[in-house]
Design a protein around this ligand. Structure first.
Ligand code: PGA
Length: 255
């Protein structure tokens, strides 16, 4: 049986707490009875526990947009893995390119976060990788993707039912309204899969890893991404802020 597609709504810092609650309730209503894929909402940290209450007992899951690698101590402004688990959080996005650009998060930090998250089988890391426009134009994409995977995942021991999601997000396609061509995404996912096979072995990769795409996915362009090889789902930003658009995206990719 094929794996269920994973579709993650990344709400970034687009909504106030009040707006988040309203949208989360709309999601619950719209997705009642939906069972074809795994859908998770990632609101801001401050909204997580409210979203947890709204989604309680439903099919939708939720995730954080970041977490810290230490579990306790003097780390002003950070959030621990155990507090995410306390409220039933199931996903955590790590190393999003916006954090890498604006908060200077580097792969050494991302690696520490992956190492910490992986210790618990209850929290699935969504590790973001992807090339810049310049790297693409200078034919360095494949190298960059493999390098980022090595930096984020070397020394990581994947065991049991622990899942790791790799989100391929070409930086130049995020928030632009223009997604990458589906065949290019398929090619990049293949490079990622081969690199993972090298690092972890095919059996572990097929059991524990999923590769999803992110960058300007919307109801109009999602069709092209439905039947691609190694396409296990989507990370959706802008189009996840409108429940009807997001629902269309989810319905299409889970066909
Ligand atoms: P976008 O964002 O869908 O608005 O391009 C995707 C992301 O940054 O995860």
């Amino acid at each position: 049986m094929p794996n269920k597609k994973i579709i993650i709504a990344n709400w970034k810092m687009n909504l106030s707490l009040g707006e988040t609650k309203v949208l989360a309730k709309k999601f619950v209503k719209k997705f009642t009875g939906f069972k074809d894929g795994e859908v998770a909402i990632c609101p801001t940290t401050i909204a997580l526990s409210e979203v947890a209450k709204i989604l309680k007992d439903g099919r939708l899951k939720f995730g954080a947009q970041n977490v810290f690698w230490e579990d306790n101590g003097s780390y002003t402004g950070e959030t621990s893995i155990s507090s995410l688990l306390e409220i039933g959080c199931q996903y955590v996005i790590l190393g999003h390119s916006e954090r890498r650009a604006y908060l200077l998060e580097n792969y050494e930090m991302i690696h520490k976060k992956v190492m910490a998250v992986i210790k618990t089988e209850k929290l699935t890391p969504v590790v973001c990788i992807g090339e810049s426009w310049k790297e693409r134009e200078t034919d360095r994409r494949d190298f960059v993707l493999v390098e980022q995977l090595w930096q984020a995942l070397s020394g990581v021991n994947v065991f049991g039912s622990q899942r790791i999601v790799i989100a391929y997000e070409p930086i130049w396609a995020i928030g632009t309204g223009t997604a990458i061509r589906p065949d290019e995404a398929e090619y990049a996912h293949k490079i990622i899969k081969l690199a993972l096979n090298d690092m972890f072995g095919m059996q572990v990769v097929s059991n524990n890893f999923r590769i999803i795409y992110g960058g300007s996915i919307n109801p109009k362009n999602v069709k092209g991404f439905t039947d691609l090889e190694n396409m296990d789902g989507l990370l959706v930003g802008g189009a996840s802020l409108k429940v009807d658009d997001f629902y269309k995206v989810v319905k299409e990719i889970t066909k």
